[in-house]
Design a protein around this ligand. Structure first.
Ligand code: FPP
Length: 247
């Protein structure tokens, strides 16, 4: 099933009006907290709670994949207590997800260099991956210790290894290369949303966003409600997706 879904490379837009795949850069947690006189870490707690709400909403309206940027390969350079809090929140989140995924048939995958995470987090990631492999339906992807360039370089390395070992032959195609990325088997994002006021991609899904529609808003992530998501989808529906062709 996942293989069949991996067909909307450049050329095949979704037809329903609801994006099949939404990607979100979770930005603005720190400012949200500052505005309220709270520590930045309180912003991350609110941000993680909002992820839960938006993921449920996406599932309910028929989105197939939601991919969020929670922690980049560069975010380790933040103050130690902030990194610790984010890791704790992720641990708590994955723990809770494990107990509800089976009931709700929600799939959750982690995209990123898992080997750089704590042993505890690695175990939780393995468990969520295992549960996810047993279900079909809505899938949330959390990008964690993730960087777009890093993803492409590690895919290239693994491809080169397979080639040298004779496990793959012939000329490399885009489709084949896509199978070495974390997103293997998943359609590319139709809509990329960045709340928090910045208008840049910040090393997120560089390969996969080749033909995504971008939506930027000043609303900070913890304030990004389902009504805000509706606005982003309405804007997306007004776009003319040509995938480099002439209509
Ligand atoms: C960006 O806001 C946010 C992050 C780097 C961390 C995001 C992490 C979470 C929401 C917690 C866990 C997530 C999940 C999916 C359970 P910022 O700190 O850069 O905000 P600022 O730009 O206002 O400073």
């Amino acid at each position: 099933m996942a293989e069949e879904r991996n067909n909307n490379k450049a050329g095949e837009p979704e037809q329903s009006g609801i994006p099949r795949h939404i990607a979100i850069i979770l930005d603005g947690n720190g400012r949200w907290a500052k505005k309220r006189g709270l520590p930045r870490t309180a912003g991350h707690a609110a941000g993680s709670e909002n992820f839960r709400k938006i993921a449920t909403y996406c599932r309910d309206i028929g989105v197939e994949y939601l991919t969020v940027y929670a922690f980049s390969t560069e975010n380790w350079q933040r103050p130690e207590d902030e990194v610790r809090t984010i890791m704790k929140l992720l641990e708590r989140y994955l723990n809770e997800a494990i107990s509800t995924m089976e009931r709700d048939h929600i799939r959750m995958k982690v995209f990123g260099d898992v080997s750089g995470l704590s042993p505890k987090l690695q175990k939780l990631v393995a468990k969520t991956n295992e549960i996810s492999s047993r279900y079909e339906g809505f899938q949330a992807n959390i990008c964690l210790n993730y960087g777009g360039r890093n993803e492409i370089v590690s895919a290239a390395r693994r491809y080169a290894e397979d080639y040298a070992a004779g496990r793959v032959t012939g000329e490399l195609t885009e489709e084949q290369f896509g199978n070495y990325l974390y997103s293997a088997g998943i359609s590319d994002p139709d809509l990329l949303i960045r709340p928090g006021g910045e208008q840049r991609i910040s090393n997120f899904l560089l390969w996969q966003c080749a033909y995504s529609e971008f939506y930027f808003t000043d609303v900070l992530w913890p304030d990004f409600t389902s009504a805000e998501l509706d606005k982003a989808i309405a804007e997306y529906q007004r776009r003319d997706r040509r995938f480099g062709k002439v209509k």
